[in-house]
Design a protein around this ligand. Structure first.
Ligand code: HEC
Ligand code: HEC
Ligand code: HEC
Ligand code: HEC
Length: 126
Protein backbone atom coordinates (compact mmCIF):
# COMPACT_ATOMS: atom_id res chain seq x y z
CA UNK A 1 0.00 0.00 0.00
CA UNK A 2 2.69 2.43 1.12
CA UNK A 3 4.81 1.45 -1.82
CA UNK A 4 2.03 2.04 -4.37
CA UNK A 5 1.50 5.50 -2.91
CA UNK A 6 5.20 6.27 -3.19
CA UNK A 7 5.30 5.13 -6.80
CA UNK A 8 2.18 7.18 -7.58
CA UNK A 9 3.69 10.27 -5.97
CA UNK A 10 6.92 9.77 -7.87
CA UNK A 11 5.06 9.38 -11.15
CA UNK A 12 3.08 12.56 -10.49
CA UNK A 13 6.26 14.47 -9.66
CA UNK A 14 7.98 13.22 -12.81
CA UNK A 15 5.01 14.13 -14.98
CA UNK A 16 4.96 17.60 -13.44
CA UNK A 17 8.63 18.14 -14.25
CA UNK A 18 8.08 16.86 -17.78
CA UNK A 19 5.12 19.15 -18.49
CA UNK A 20 7.07 22.08 -17.08
CA UNK A 21 10.04 21.44 -19.38
CA UNK A 22 7.71 21.28 -22.41
CA UNK A 23 6.02 24.53 -21.38
CA UNK A 24 9.39 26.29 -21.02
CA UNK A 25 10.69 24.99 -24.35
CA UNK A 26 7.51 26.12 -26.13
CA UNK A 27 7.55 29.72 -24.90
CA UNK A 28 7.36 32.35 -27.60
CA UNK A 29 9.02 35.72 -26.91
CA UNK A 30 6.62 37.93 -24.92
CA UNK A 31 8.18 41.11 -26.34
CA UNK A 32 7.83 41.99 -30.01
CA UNK A 33 10.79 40.82 -32.11
CA UNK A 34 12.41 42.87 -34.84
CA UNK A 35 12.78 41.12 -38.20
CA UNK A 36 16.09 42.30 -39.56
CA UNK A 37 16.67 42.99 -43.24
CA UNK A 38 19.89 41.15 -44.18
CA UNK A 39 20.78 43.50 -47.07
CA UNK A 40 22.18 47.02 -46.86
CA UNK A 41 19.47 49.11 -48.47
CA UNK A 42 16.03 48.48 -47.02
CA UNK A 43 13.18 50.39 -48.66
CA UNK A 44 11.03 50.56 -45.53
CA UNK A 45 11.59 51.08 -41.81
CA UNK A 46 12.22 48.13 -39.46
CA UNK A 47 9.40 45.62 -38.93
CA UNK A 48 8.29 44.36 -35.55
CA UNK A 49 6.52 41.04 -35.14
CA UNK A 50 4.18 40.26 -32.23
CA UNK A 51 3.87 36.69 -30.94
CA UNK A 52 1.10 37.81 -28.59
CA UNK A 53 -1.11 38.77 -31.55
CA UNK A 54 -0.48 35.28 -32.97
CA UNK A 55 -0.78 33.28 -29.74
CA UNK A 56 -3.69 31.21 -31.11
CA UNK A 57 -1.51 29.82 -33.92
CA UNK A 58 0.75 26.76 -33.56
CA UNK A 59 4.48 27.49 -33.69
CA UNK A 60 4.98 25.06 -36.59
CA UNK A 61 2.65 27.04 -38.86
CA UNK A 62 5.37 29.69 -39.08
CA UNK A 63 8.46 27.92 -37.73
CA UNK A 64 7.96 25.25 -40.38
CA UNK A 65 11.39 23.65 -39.90
CA UNK A 66 10.81 22.94 -36.18
CA UNK A 67 11.77 19.36 -35.41
CA UNK A 68 14.26 19.37 -38.27
CA UNK A 69 16.22 22.38 -37.03
CA UNK A 70 16.64 24.21 -33.70
CA UNK A 71 16.82 27.52 -35.52
CA UNK A 72 13.92 29.71 -34.37
CA UNK A 73 14.79 32.63 -36.62
CA UNK A 74 13.56 32.82 -40.22
CA UNK A 75 16.33 35.06 -41.44
CA UNK A 76 19.27 32.69 -40.86
CA UNK A 77 17.87 30.51 -43.65
CA UNK A 78 15.82 33.08 -45.58
CA UNK A 79 18.72 35.47 -46.06
CA UNK A 80 19.03 35.80 -49.84
CA UNK A 81 17.86 39.23 -50.95
CA UNK A 82 19.24 39.02 -54.50
CA UNK A 83 16.87 39.86 -57.34
CA UNK A 84 17.58 36.50 -59.08
CA UNK A 85 16.52 34.51 -56.02
CA UNK A 86 13.43 36.54 -55.18
CA UNK A 87 10.91 33.96 -56.43
CA UNK A 88 12.61 30.96 -54.82
CA UNK A 89 10.90 29.52 -51.73
CA UNK A 90 13.98 29.98 -49.52
CA UNK A 91 14.44 33.67 -50.38
CA UNK A 92 14.02 36.50 -47.89
CA UNK A 93 11.09 37.82 -49.90
CA UNK A 94 9.17 34.50 -50.03
CA UNK A 95 9.22 34.03 -46.26
CA UNK A 96 6.88 37.03 -45.80
CA UNK A 97 5.11 37.49 -49.11
CA UNK A 98 4.62 34.06 -50.79
CA UNK A 99 0.91 34.29 -51.61
CA UNK A 100 0.29 30.57 -51.89
CA UNK A 101 2.08 29.47 -48.70
CA UNK A 102 0.36 29.48 -45.33
CA UNK A 103 3.78 29.87 -43.68
CA UNK A 104 4.15 33.42 -45.01
CA UNK A 105 2.58 36.51 -43.44
CA UNK A 106 0.64 37.48 -46.57
CA UNK A 107 -0.21 33.88 -47.56
CA UNK A 108 -1.71 33.03 -44.18
CA UNK A 109 -3.59 36.31 -43.80
CA UNK A 110 -5.12 35.74 -47.24
CA UNK A 111 -6.00 32.12 -46.54
CA UNK A 112 -7.55 32.93 -43.15
CA UNK A 113 -9.03 36.22 -44.30
CA UNK A 114 -7.56 37.83 -41.18
CA UNK A 115 -4.60 40.12 -40.63
CA UNK A 116 -3.15 42.76 -42.99
CA UNK A 117 -2.44 41.98 -46.67
CA UNK A 118 -1.71 45.45 -48.11
CA UNK A 119 1.84 46.77 -48.31
CA UNK A 120 1.23 49.87 -46.25
CA UNK A 121 -0.71 48.03 -43.55
CA UNK A 122 2.54 46.28 -42.62
CA UNK A 123 5.24 48.64 -43.90
CA UNK A 124 6.01 52.14 -42.80
CA UNK A 125 8.17 54.58 -44.72
CA UNK A 126 11.66 55.16 -43.35
C1 HEC B 1 2.52 33.71 -37.00
C2 HEC B 1 3.90 33.24 -37.08
C3 HEC B 1 4.60 32.76 -35.85
C4 HEC B 1 4.12 31.93 -34.86
C5 HEC B 1 2.75 31.29 -34.73
C6 HEC B 1 5.20 31.75 -33.92
N1 HEC B 1 6.30 32.47 -34.31
FE1 HEC B 1 8.08 32.61 -33.34
N2 HEC B 1 8.77 33.96 -34.70
C7 HEC B 1 8.08 34.33 -35.85
C8 HEC B 1 8.87 35.30 -36.58
C9 HEC B 1 8.48 35.96 -37.88
C10 HEC B 1 10.06 35.51 -35.83
C11 HEC B 1 11.23 36.43 -36.20
C12 HEC B 1 12.28 35.59 -36.89
C13 HEC B 1 13.45 36.38 -37.43
O1 HEC B 1 13.69 37.50 -36.98
O2 HEC B 1 14.17 35.83 -38.30
C14 HEC B 1 9.96 34.65 -34.66
C15 HEC B 1 10.93 34.54 -33.67
C16 HEC B 1 10.89 33.64 -32.63
C17 HEC B 1 11.93 33.46 -31.65
C18 HEC B 1 13.20 34.30 -31.55
C19 HEC B 1 14.26 33.71 -32.43
C20 HEC B 1 15.58 34.45 -32.28
O3 HEC B 1 16.58 33.81 -31.95
O4 HEC B 1 15.59 35.67 -32.50
C21 HEC B 1 11.54 32.43 -30.81
C22 HEC B 1 12.31 31.87 -29.63
C23 HEC B 1 10.24 32.00 -31.26
N3 HEC B 1 9.87 32.75 -32.36
C24 HEC B 1 9.50 30.98 -30.67
C25 HEC B 1 8.18 30.66 -31.01
C26 HEC B 1 7.38 29.65 -30.32
C27 HEC B 1 7.89 28.79 -29.18
C28 HEC B 1 6.14 29.67 -30.90
C29 HEC B 1 4.91 28.85 -30.53
C30 HEC B 1 4.50 28.92 -29.15
C31 HEC B 1 6.18 30.67 -31.95
N4 HEC B 1 7.42 31.25 -31.98
C32 HEC B 1 5.12 30.97 -32.78
C33 HEC B 1 6.85 33.88 -36.25
C34 HEC B 1 5.98 33.09 -35.50
C1 HEC C 1 16.42 25.82 -41.27
C2 HEC C 1 16.11 26.73 -42.35
C3 HEC C 1 14.78 27.44 -42.36
C4 HEC C 1 14.15 28.10 -41.33
C5 HEC C 1 14.63 28.26 -39.90
C6 HEC C 1 12.94 28.67 -41.88
N1 HEC C 1 12.83 28.35 -43.19
FE1 HEC C 1 11.26 28.78 -44.44
N2 HEC C 1 12.06 27.62 -45.90
C7 HEC C 1 13.31 27.02 -45.85
C8 HEC C 1 13.52 26.25 -47.08
C9 HEC C 1 14.78 25.47 -47.44
C10 HEC C 1 12.35 26.41 -47.86
C11 HEC C 1 12.05 25.77 -49.23
C12 HEC C 1 11.00 24.71 -49.10
C13 HEC C 1 11.28 23.72 -48.00
O1 HEC C 1 12.39 23.14 -47.95
O2 HEC C 1 10.42 23.56 -47.12
C14 HEC C 1 11.46 27.28 -47.08
C15 HEC C 1 10.18 27.65 -47.49
C16 HEC C 1 9.41 28.62 -46.86
C17 HEC C 1 8.17 29.17 -47.37
C18 HEC C 1 7.46 28.78 -48.68
C19 HEC C 1 7.76 29.82 -49.73
C20 HEC C 1 7.12 29.53 -51.04
O3 HEC C 1 7.43 30.27 -52.01
O4 HEC C 1 6.32 28.60 -51.15
C21 HEC C 1 7.76 30.13 -46.48
C22 HEC C 1 6.55 31.02 -46.60
C23 HEC C 1 8.71 30.14 -45.38
N3 HEC C 1 9.70 29.22 -45.64
C24 HEC C 1 8.64 30.97 -44.29
C25 HEC C 1 9.45 30.86 -43.15
C26 HEC C 1 9.25 31.61 -41.93
C27 HEC C 1 8.20 32.67 -41.73
C28 HEC C 1 10.20 31.18 -41.04
C29 HEC C 1 10.40 31.61 -39.61
C30 HEC C 1 9.23 31.71 -38.77
C31 HEC C 1 11.00 30.16 -41.72
N4 HEC C 1 10.51 30.01 -42.99
C32 HEC C 1 12.06 29.47 -41.17
C33 HEC C 1 14.20 27.10 -44.82
C34 HEC C 1 13.93 27.60 -43.54
C1 HEC D 1 -0.38 30.95 -40.00
C2 HEC D 1 -1.10 32.20 -40.06
C3 HEC D 1 -0.41 33.52 -39.90
C4 HEC D 1 0.87 33.86 -40.24
C5 HEC D 1 1.92 33.01 -40.90
C6 HEC D 1 1.03 35.25 -39.90
N1 HEC D 1 -0.12 35.75 -39.35
FE1 HEC D 1 -0.43 37.69 -38.78
N2 HEC D 1 -2.31 37.21 -38.23
C7 HEC D 1 -2.90 35.97 -38.33
C8 HEC D 1 -4.25 36.03 -37.79
C9 HEC D 1 -5.22 34.86 -37.68
C10 HEC D 1 -4.45 37.36 -37.37
C11 HEC D 1 -5.69 37.95 -36.69
C12 HEC D 1 -5.47 37.84 -35.21
C13 HEC D 1 -6.49 38.59 -34.39
O1 HEC D 1 -7.00 39.59 -34.86
O2 HEC D 1 -6.70 38.17 -33.25
C14 HEC D 1 -3.21 38.09 -37.68
C15 HEC D 1 -3.03 39.44 -37.41
C16 HEC D 1 -1.87 40.15 -37.71
C17 HEC D 1 -1.71 41.57 -37.50
C18 HEC D 1 -2.77 42.54 -36.99
C19 HEC D 1 -2.91 42.48 -35.52
C20 HEC D 1 -3.98 43.46 -35.04
O3 HEC D 1 -3.96 43.76 -33.87
O4 HEC D 1 -4.81 43.89 -35.85
C21 HEC D 1 -0.44 41.90 -37.89
C22 HEC D 1 0.22 43.27 -37.85
C23 HEC D 1 0.18 40.68 -38.35
N3 HEC D 1 -0.73 39.64 -38.23
C24 HEC D 1 1.47 40.59 -38.82
C25 HEC D 1 2.06 39.43 -39.29
C26 HEC D 1 3.41 39.34 -39.82
C27 HEC D 1 4.37 40.51 -39.95
C28 HEC D 1 3.61 38.04 -40.15
C29 HEC D 1 4.84 37.40 -40.74
C30 HEC D 1 6.10 37.61 -40.06
C31 HEC D 1 2.39 37.31 -39.85
N4 HEC D 1 1.47 38.18 -39.33
C32 HEC D 1 2.20 35.95 -40.09
C33 HEC D 1 -2.33 34.84 -38.86
C34 HEC D 1 -1.03 34.73 -39.33
C1 HEC E 1 1.59 40.97 -43.52
C2 HEC E 1 2.65 41.91 -43.55
C3 HEC E 1 3.29 42.29 -44.87
C4 HEC E 1 2.66 42.75 -46.01
C5 HEC E 1 1.18 42.92 -46.27
C6 HEC E 1 3.72 43.09 -46.94
N1 HEC E 1 4.94 42.82 -46.38
FE1 HEC E 1 6.75 43.29 -47.18
N2 HEC E 1 7.70 42.46 -45.55
C7 HEC E 1 7.06 41.94 -44.46
C8 HEC E 1 8.05 41.44 -43.52
C9 HEC E 1 7.77 40.78 -42.19
C10 HEC E 1 9.31 41.73 -44.09
C11 HEC E 1 10.68 41.43 -43.46
C12 HEC E 1 11.09 42.52 -42.50
C13 HEC E 1 11.64 43.73 -43.19
O1 HEC E 1 12.59 43.56 -44.00
O2 HEC E 1 11.15 44.84 -42.95
C14 HEC E 1 9.06 42.37 -45.37
C15 HEC E 1 10.05 42.85 -46.23
C16 HEC E 1 9.81 43.56 -47.39
C17 HEC E 1 10.83 44.17 -48.24
C18 HEC E 1 12.33 44.11 -47.96
C19 HEC E 1 12.70 45.10 -46.88
C20 HEC E 1 12.81 46.55 -47.33
O3 HEC E 1 12.46 47.43 -46.49
O4 HEC E 1 13.27 46.84 -48.45
C21 HEC E 1 10.20 44.78 -49.28
C22 HEC E 1 10.84 45.57 -50.42
C23 HEC E 1 8.78 44.56 -49.11
N3 HEC E 1 8.57 43.82 -47.94
C24 HEC E 1 7.80 45.00 -49.96
C25 HEC E 1 6.46 44.76 -49.83
C26 HEC E 1 5.44 45.18 -50.80
C27 HEC E 1 5.74 45.96 -52.07
C28 HEC E 1 4.23 44.77 -50.32
C29 HEC E 1 2.86 44.88 -50.98
C30 HEC E 1 2.76 44.33 -52.32
C31 HEC E 1 4.48 44.11 -49.03
N4 HEC E 1 5.83 44.11 -48.79
C32 HEC E 1 3.50 43.58 -48.22
C33 HEC E 1 5.70 41.89 -44.24
C34 HEC E 1 4.73 42.32 -45.12
Amino acid sequence: MKRTLLITLLAVALMGAFTLSIAVAANAPAEDVEIKFPGDKAKYGPMMFSHTQHAAIECEKCHHKMGESDDMTCTNCHNDVSRENKRNPDSFDSAWHARKSEHSCVGCHKAMNQGPTKCNDCHTKK
